[in-house]
Design a protein around this ligand. Structure first.
Ligand SMILES: [Mg+2]
Length: 326
């Protein structure tokens, strides 16, 4: 083989091989794109979507929130707030997170979930850093913002990842069922970041079902998923495993309607890590608000860089609940 042929092949290989940093950017941009795509059809039924759009497949804004084209909602904004808190404090600290969420609520967000508002209000009124356990807190509001935890705890011991997730989740949502579902999403993102195939992600989803059978996703097609995390993840898993690209997976899940921005955001972060940033359609990335896209890419890289400090700390973390991991 000529040297020139070899270098061409190397260049090709490099461009087709996603590094963990590429995949992290893909996950964060995937989250934002899924949020923006889904928000247009949030609270619509699949039938209503078909009547209005045929198939919804472009970032056009609108929806019940009357969003500008390319605008994201609370799913992406809360993720960025959580990630900024981790970067500022150098750890997963409940007080820092509660402050970041409170600051975000002060910006008069375009959308905010009921459980999130209640949790932030409890923090403001009473300094509450962990809301009481409540089975009705199994909404998807803690899962939609879990990506910074997946990035920052990459490589940490499993229990340390789980504890970091409980700290961030319980600021507003406290449910064993939702904790298990969110931890599975985090582990799926982490597996994808490390280049594991989709079959490994499926094993993680099946392990969740073995633990919490309500998450079964191999039965009836989940349409019109609501804010209950069980419904969200059924739709996300079905769409992810029935398709073979970022675009087809995202189009599949948002056209199921319901809480489509959040199902789009969660599927977007998993599929973005799995397929890499080059798989995200240019027509979507080109429309995404520039400040948001930049913030997502910067934070993905910063959290991954910070994660190296987090390694090997997991085993030493059985000590008490100080609601802080660093
Ligand atoms: Mg939203």
């Amino acid at each position: 083989m000529l040297v020139s042929d070899l270098s061409t092949e190397l260049a090709w290989t490099t461009s087709k091989t996603n590094t963990v940093f590429d995949r992290a950017a893909g996950a964060y941009l995937g989250l934002a794109v899924g949020d923006a795509l889904g928000s247009t059809v949030e609270f619509m039924t699949p039938r209503e979507i078909r009547e209005v759009y045929g198939e919804h497949r472009n970032l056009i804004g609108g929806g019940w929130l009357r969003l500008r084209k390319g605008r994201v909602t609370d799913d992406t904004e809360m993720s960025l707030a959580l990630g900024n808190s981790i970067l500022a404090s150098g750890g997963v600290d409940a007080r820092g997170i509660a402050e970041a969420f409170s600051d975000w609520m002060r910006t008069k967000p375009v959308d905010i979930g009921h459980t999130v508002r209640r949790g932030i209000s409890q923090y403001r009124l009473h300094g509450t850093l962990e809301v009481p356990e409540n089975e009705h807190d199994a909404g998807n509001g803690a899962c939609m913002r879990c990506l910074p935890i997946a990035l920052f705890t990459l490589g940490a011991a499993e229990e340390a990842v789980a504890e970091a997730n409980r700290i961030q989740s319980h600021v507003t949502h406290h449910s064993r069922l939702a904790d298990a579902g969110t931890l599975t999403v985090i582990r799926m993102v982490q597996a994808a970041l490390l280049g594991r195939p989709k079959s490994d992600l499926r094993l993680l989803a099946e392990a969740l079902v073995a633990l919490e059978p309500q998450y079964r996703f191999d039965r009836r097609r989940m349409e019109n998923p609501g804010g209950y995390l069980v419904e969200t993840l059924r739709a996300v898993f079905q769409a992810l495993f029935a398709t073979d690209s970022f675009e087809t997976a995202l189009v599949d899940v948002v056209n199921r309607g319901g809480d489509a921005d959040t199902s789009g955001a969660i599927l977007g972060m998993i599929a973005g890590a799995l397929y890499g940033p080059d798989a995200i359609p240019r027509r979507w990335l080109g429309v995404l608000e520039k400040d948001t896209a930049t913030a997502c890419m910067d934070q993905a890289a910063a959290l991954l860089t910070a994660s190296s400090r987090y390694e090997d700390k997991g085993s030493a973390r059985g000590e008490g609940k100080n609601r802080s991991i660093s």
